[in-house]
Design a protein around this ligand. Sequence first.
Ligand SMILES: CC(C)(CO)C(=O)C(=O)O
Length: 327
Amino acid sequence: MRYIIIGAGAVGGTIGGRLFDSGREVVLVARGAHGRALRERGLRLELPDGTRELAVPVADGPEELTPRDDDVLVLAVKTQDTAGALEVWGGYGDRPAVVCAQNGVENERLALRRFRDVHAMCVWLPSGHLEPGVVQAPCAPLTGILHLGRYPSGADATTVRIAADLADSGFGAPVREEVMAWKYAKLLANLGNAVDAVWGGTGGDRAAELLDRAGAEGTAVLDAAGIAYIGEEERARERGDKLLVQPMKGAARGGGSSWQSLVRGTGSIETDYLNGEIVLLGRRVGVPTPVNEALQRLANVFARERRRPGELTDDERAALLGSLPEA
Ligand SMILES: CC(C)(CO)C(=O)C(=O)O
């Protein structure tokens, strides 16, 4: 199989780099400073057991590639960029398999409009990309856990082959027939990304309250909407001691993916598809979601104004805390 990684940032770069390092054929799709660094110096993949300098082929877009029957398009751009990526790649070849290696639950729906063979990946892969050409993944003994299934459910020979390649490359890669139940569970965990981003990781008890409340709104909404998700106990058991963050020399202080979007100053953030997904579903089923709404609003202001994590004004902090229910 040839893995074409669309969006070679933290998650895409780690998956692509690991697959390449284990002998698989990989093309990284990246533009701008990151794309230039990858072309000039290769991918620098920093792992707990050492750094790999990987000369992975790089492409700007589909015009540089000749479609093949064994192509797998791995979508690893942030959800707000998926529609744009599909505009570019939507006409690529007859029927490549598409894997959505992204947070949120919207990407698979978008991909299925363009491609018939869509697979969903629930990505547990703490990783960082703050510098062009460099990606860090600090976990061991596994680099990440990537649950994989066909969208909307089931699994086929392609799912199993991709999972086997991933398992051989340092990831846990369970095949899940009900993969979206794993992705909805991950969505609940990702409601904390906005807290991490706007509070800057120094929130203490009040940030913990926001986290708890955002999660409680999330489960209330999914329950009311009748959407299945894997419970916290099973999720934790799955990760267990397989995904331990290791001390890494020279590693930048990390935050989640939304935190990193603010640090990179990209001007956009994924929150509309994380907290915003819960807000949308809550409006559909009549469940109020004030904390997720407040987080969504503020995260978008931070991204638009290119603020750093934690640069909250006193008024904004008060408004955010005001969204919490009375104790
Ligand atoms: C929780 C984590 C780090 C794991 O992949 C993540 O999903 C994110 O930062 O968005």
